[in-house]
Ligand binder design. Structure first.
Ligand SMILES: *Cc1c(COP(=O)(O)O)cnc(C)c1O
Length: 385
């Protein structure tokens, strides 16, 4: 191994989780405690996480995808029901609807935020629509106050896919505050991580109880409850459930990550603000920014080149890659994937434009200003043709 490599010239990743000795020690403590499956650390992580987002209940699960699946079961959705989702999202959003046998109906998004709006939802609403699954895309909060009010008028349930959005706020309150049901992800591509993992939050005690049961094979008493009891508890299985549990090792890491959340979000926002300043003098590049009703965590920092920008998105990705910089295509359009071939969809022009032309720039906690300057220099060069 050469110690002479200048770190400023090493490859710049698009994202890197911020993990350290504290997380390693917390995981080791969980292992050494002898309790590694869902147990006291999961219960503690649920409590602290729910408090953080201002929800009554937190139900830890194995992934956000699993969490989304359970929210739709809790709402008793199934065949014959339609659920409105953005196509502009990681494909898990739409897939969760198909897990319960319901029909995902793709709605377009607004260009500024990449999120559903009351207008784009209204455009695809039918008498079979039962729910809306709104995403806080890339950590940009959706206008939940407007969406909640409209869904209440239309008698639709609003589920929030907050996979990317821990630390984002609407009206000064955490995303998920006041949500019927919200699902979160702790995948390493998100802002805090447990390796894999997810959470559902809700204020509804009955849903919370059912979600706890469903993540654990439909059992009426958890392994932790049985362990803690001095009398034998004979469990029964009240409905067909799943194994969607989080482990205590993951929760131990999550508890440490949650303590770092404010610092992580502050750093991401500072880097995003610096990007914005630097990119301002490059004509034809629009960067993601806060909507007027809230603040994002900049989980994904995306830029959208104008239609007449001298370089195509793929040319920009290639130029960045050549300069040792990992960037990514922008958020996918689920309706264009083979898994959705033949699936009916209204025209989604904004979704297709963002998905085709946008790219995600590197942004991670330990990113240096010099690294950021390298990214911007490549974009400037491409803008100059
Ligand atoms: C990452 C992501 C998911 C999936 O999260 P997992 O924890 O990996 O299952 C779902 N929805 C959105 C919007 C995401 O970005």
């Amino acid at each position: 191994m050469s110690a002479a490599v200048d770190p400023s010239l090493s490859r710049i990743p698009v994202m890197m989780p911020w993990l350290g000795e504290e997380e390693a020690k917390a995981a080791a403590d969980a292992v050494l405690s002898g309790w590694v499956a869902q147990g006291p650390r999961v219960a503690e992580f649920e409590r602290v996480f729910a408090e953080r987002v201002g929800a009554e209940h937190g139900i830890a699960v194995s992934s956000c995808t699993a969490g989304l699946h359970l929210t739709l079961i809790a709402l008793d959705l199934g065949p014959g029901d339609e659920v409105i989702v953005p196509s502009l999202s990681f494909i898990a959003t739409a897939n969760a609807v198909r897990y319960v046998g319901a029909q995902p109906v793709f709605a377009d998004v607004e260009a500024a935020t990449g999120n559903l709006t009351t207008a784009t939802v209204d455009a695809v609403r039918t008498p079979r629509t039962k729910a809306v699954l709104a995403v806080h895309q890339g950590g940009v909060p959706a206008d939940v106050h407007a969406l909640r009010a409209a869904c209440a008028d239309w008698d639709l349930a609003l589920v929030e896919d907050a996979a990317c959005a821990i630390g984002s706020t609407v009206g000064g309150k955490s995303v998920g505050h006041g949500a019927l049901l919200a699902a979160w992800s702790f995948h390493p591509r998100k802002v805090i991580t447990t390796g894999e993992g997810g959470m559902v939050t809700t204020d509804n005690a009955q849903w919370a109880e059912r979600l706890r049961r469903l993540r654990e094979h439909g059992m009426n008493a958890s392994a932790a409850q049985r362990h803690a009891s001095t009398k034998p508890i004979l469990e029964s299985y009240l409905e067909v459930g799943y194994n969607y549990r989080m482990t205590d090792i993951q929760a131990a890491v999550g508890l440490v990550q949650l303590e770092k959340l404010d610092e992580v979000v502050a750093r991401r926002r500072a880097l995003a603000a610096r990007y914005e300043t630097l990119l301002r003098d490059i004509p034809g590049l629009t960067a993601v920014r806060d909507p007027e009703y809230g603040q994002g965590n900049f989980q994904s920092y995306w830029v959208l080149p104008s239609e007449d920008f001298p370089a195509s998105r793929d040319e920009l990705l290639a130029a960045l890659s050549e300069a040792g910089i990992s960037a990514r295509r922008g958020i996918m359009a689920s309706h264009l994937e083979p898994a959705y071939q033949g699936h009916p969809s209204a025209p989604l022009p904004v979704t297709e434009r963002i998905s085709r032309d946008s790219l995600i720039l590197p942004l991670f906690h330990t990113m240096t200003e010099a690294q950021q300057d390298r990214v911007v220099a490549v974009l400037r060069e491409q803008a100059d043709g």
